[in-house]
Ligand binder design. Structure first.
Ligand code: NI
Length: 168
């Protein structure tokens, strides 16, 4: 947070199945895995492209989260289904050591393309919908602290959840 590259509007992917795109996604996967992230957007590693990856199995940073299938999503388009919002705690690998309570649309349809240009379209809710909204915000230069409505609900992970969760 504070790096100007995180504030840019990212550019669409125009060529799929290329060695460059594969290398980017591999780099993103390595970064996300090494930091136990639930997701990562290309701008977070300094690449100004509309590429996000996400997925949650058993994740010590999100022990209560439902599973989200591992997904590579390029040029995502999000459409909220209804107006219901839900509050949930978020963290971000670009905002280490902190958590904030963020409202997100509860239900969502999203579409986009995988690394080979195969179209993906899903309707999701809950934590899956939250992760997609968080990651896609990165493509528009938005970090989650800008979404927090009540800044009393923003603080250090170790203060909010205790030392055992303070892994970042
Ligand atoms: Ni993030």
């Amino acid at each position: 947070m504070g790096d100007a590259r995180l504030l840019r509007i990212a550019e669409p992917v125009t060529a799929f199945g290329t060695p460059e795109l594969r290398a980017l996604i591999e780099d993103m996967q390595d970064t996300m895995a090494s930091l136990n992230g639930a997701g990562l957007a290309a701008p977070q590693i300094g690449v100004n492209l509309r590429v996000v990856i996400f997925g949650v199995g058993a994740n010590p940073r999100y022990p209560d989260a439902e599973a989200v299938p591992f997904t590579i999503l390029c040029n995502p388009v999000l459409e909220a289904l209804g107006t219901d919002m839900e509050d949930g705690w978020e963290g971000c690998l670009s905002v280490p050591g902190l958590r904030g309570l963020v409202p997100r649309y509860a239900r969502l349809r999203y579409s986009g393309f995988d690394e080979n240009g195969v179209r993906i379209e899903r309707q999701v809710s809950g934590f899956h919908a939250r992760v997609v909204q968080h990651e896609c915000d990165h493509l528009d230069g938005i970090l989650y602290p800008r979404r927090i409505r009540d800044l009393t609900q923003f603080g250090f992970t170790r203060e909010i959840f205790g030392e055992e969760r303070a892994d970042d």
